[in-house]
Design a protein around this ligand. Sequence first.
Ligand code: PGA
Length: 247
Amino acid sequence: MRKLVAGNWKMNGLMADGVARARDLAARAKAKPLACEIVLCPPATLLVPVAQAIAGSGLGLGGQDCHTAAAGPHTGDIGAPMLKDAGCSYVILGHSERRQDHKESDAIVRAKAVAAVAAGLCAIVCVGETAAERASGRTEATVVRELQNSLPPKLSAAALVVAYEPVWAIGSGRTPTAQDVGSVHARIRETLRDLAADAAAVRILYGGSVKPANARDLAAVANVDGFLVGGASLNGDEFWSIAAACG
Ligand code: PGA
């Protein structure tokens, strides 16, 4: 399966530095394409200029969230068709920062995923346990519950990517061991079998403090089909080196 590496820029980047980073990555992709698929997820204000900067490079574009509705009276929100219109083929949904900051429930994440798929986007749905859930031995139960409740019905690998992101690993510099990542990803694969006919083809990304120093080891773990990269995606050299670790 072709691995996927998505860069989640979060709420970072003004026009000049965001476009410069996108141009730099596009130039690298044109000069020496990597085997993996690479997607940039800049803030909404940069979607269109980044789309222009990466045109013809083979790099893809993704949003960081969408509303459950396609359009309407929702001040400050973005509908999935708008992301598609701006050039996106992916959207990150249910990131723990949105689950925490905006009180997004599994049901909301599921409705967003339905909206994303209806608009022709591939939903990158994030799941992951908190430090307290891990400490009390509830890692896999949490992840399975989030999958069962956040994923839309009628799934296909073309329209769904799962990102396993332990909340305590995000931005902390700490990661689970390769063995722990392997067991959670295996459990996710098993859970997907009940939910998607082509479960074996659904890509399962790992996210949380992925760096050039740990990317190769994590990429070698069974059922790790790529990465969702936050902090390191803001540095062209680091992001490219992580993507190169995925082949
Ligand atoms: P991090 O973030 O790589 O900075 O830990 C990952 C994410 O939140 O997607």
